[in-house]
Ligand binder design. Structure first.
Ligand SMILES: [Zn+2]
Length: 199
């Protein structure tokens, strides 16, 4: 099984073949011959860990009748689709954008791995879609809500997404970094997914 390194406190997120879902694994043995154990069912397996590689993709941000050249940092292999919300950089500023069109060698695509994209055509947006996976007992519920990109979320606090109140256990960032320590804060546009728990 392949996985990007997303560890903090020797934890890694993996799809557990026994639990049938993404769970925290404890790294028992470091790479190259890494071994990890599911924190839920204690299933132990070998993992091949590879470093996350980044690529800079050319982007054009349009707002009103104007457009500005920008770039977007993405993870190699990350699948980008029309309608995705991303963070673009231009003139030392960051912008929340929505992907309108994906160009690969003069061809327009609907979906494409990041490293193959020639240009991303985007529009400026204030809001992003925040997504969360919330456990209650043995059930995990996915939650989505459109929020302002600057909305802050902090680990080990209570928040509400899509009308459901829950406790934030950890936050996975777009760069695949995982915030697990108490009191770590991230803004909505930096977040890939929030993991939480309801009682
Ligand atoms: Zn498991």
């Amino acid at each position: 099984m392949n996985s990007n390194i997303e560890e903090e406190n020797n934890l890694i997120l993996l799809d557990c073949p026994v639990c049938g879902e993404e769970t925290d694994f404890v790294i028992l043995k470091k790479p190259p011959k890494a071994v990890a154990r599911c924190s839920k069912c204690r299933h132990t397996m070998r993992v091949t860990m590879k470093r996350v590689k980044y690529c800079m993709v050319k982007a054009v941000i349009s707002y009103g009748s104007e457009s500005i050249p920008a770039k977007i940092e993405l993870v190699d292999g990350e699948l980008i689709s029309v309608g995705d919300f991303l963070v673009a950089e231009a003139n030392d500023k960051t912008y929340n954008v929505e992907v309108l069109s994906i160009e690969e060698n003069n061809t327009r695509r609907h979906k494409m791995p990041a490293e193959k994209i020639t240009t991303l055509w985007t529009r400026l947006v204030d809001s992003v879609i925040i997504s969360a996976s919330v456990n209650k007992g043995a059930t995990t519920t996915p939650l989505y809500e459109q929020v302002n990109g600057d909305t802050e979320y902090t680990t080990d606090t209570i928040t509400t997404i899509a009308g459901k109140m829950f406790h934030i256990n950890r936050i996975k960032l777009r760069d695949n970094h995982m915030l697990t320590r108490k009191g770590k804060t991230a803004k909505a546009y930096e977040i890939k997914r929030i993991y939480g728990e309801r009682s």
